[in-house]
Design a protein around this ligand. Structure first.
Ligand code: PGA
Length: 247
């Protein structure tokens, strides 16, 4: 299992970030769960510098192309050089700011070209009786995977994050049976782009109001490989409880 801690903009000072990292390092040394921290960009360099622990790092976003005239952006090459192994791309909070599937496909290519594993976020805004929302997922996955070579597709991770479940409470997260169904559906979509057993090997994470109280049920038997956790990952106690729940 893997837990990616998406700190978003919740962590606003370096000393709190350092405390969270120290706690994550202690947890990492005592668990098989792979721990990945996704701090705000300026903190990534501070935390990842000299890191020799099992904790890995992710950027929360990446540029579409190499550096140049792009005020406010952080180039993938820089992220990679300061220690980012992964990059979250296509998060719904960035899509809401206008990011398109085309942008996200370019970000995936650019991340991969710089040795960064993209964690591609997909998820429907709402559910409807006629299950039209499945089409939204098909489009989001198709837009990125169709733009990549087979070799590149093998490296991408998928985070299923239904927008309606993000930033709420565990009571409003997806149920384990519904998650099982969605993971199967996502793997079916992936099999259009990855031959043979390769689509079964793609890491599929779930995100959206994962908390210590629902993590075990969501992890058990649903077919997911881990979680992308926002709010509950920004408190040392709840992060420790989450890791324990899936260990
Ligand atoms: P949440 O966020 O755990 O706070 O719901 C998850 C995410 O958006 O990645």
């Amino acid at each position: 299992m893997m837990i990616v801690a998406n700190w978003k903009a919740y962590v606003e000072d370096a000393s709190r970030a350092k405390k969270l990292l120290a706690a994550a390092k202690r947890l990492a040394s005592a668990t098989e769960v792979e721990l990945v921290l996704a701090p705000p960009a300026p903190l990534l360099g501070v935390l990842a510098s000299g890191n020799k622990s099992k904790v890995a790092f992710a950027a929360q976003d990446v540029t579409k192309q190499s550096g140049g005239a792009a005020t406010g952006e952080v180039a993938a090459q820089l992220l990679s050089s300061i220690g980012a192994k992964y990059a979250i791309i296509g998060h719904s909070e960035r899509r809401a700011m206008g990011e398109t599937d085309e942008d996200i496909a370019q970000k995936a290519q650019h991340a991969l070209a710089n040795g960064i594993v993209p964690i591609l976020c997909v998820g429907e805004k709402a559910r409807d009786e006629g299950a039209e929302y499945l089409g939204a997922l098909r489009a989001q996955i198709g837009a990125v995977f169709s733009a990549l070579s087979h070799q590149e597709r093998l490296q991408v991770m998928v985070a299923y994050e239904p927008v309606w479940a993000i930033g709420k409470s565990s009571l409003e997260a997806i149920t384990p049976p519904d998650l099982t169904e969605m993971v199967l559906y996502i793997r079916k979509l992936l099999s259009d782009y990855l031959h043979g057993k390769a689509s079964a090997r793609t890491k599929v994470l779930y995100g959206g109001s994962v908390e210590p109280v629902n993590a075990r049920d969501l992890a058990g038997g649903t077919g997911i490989d881990g979680f992308l956790v926002g709010r509950a990952s920004t408190d040392a106690d709840s992060f420790a409880a989450l890791v324990k729940a899936v260990s």
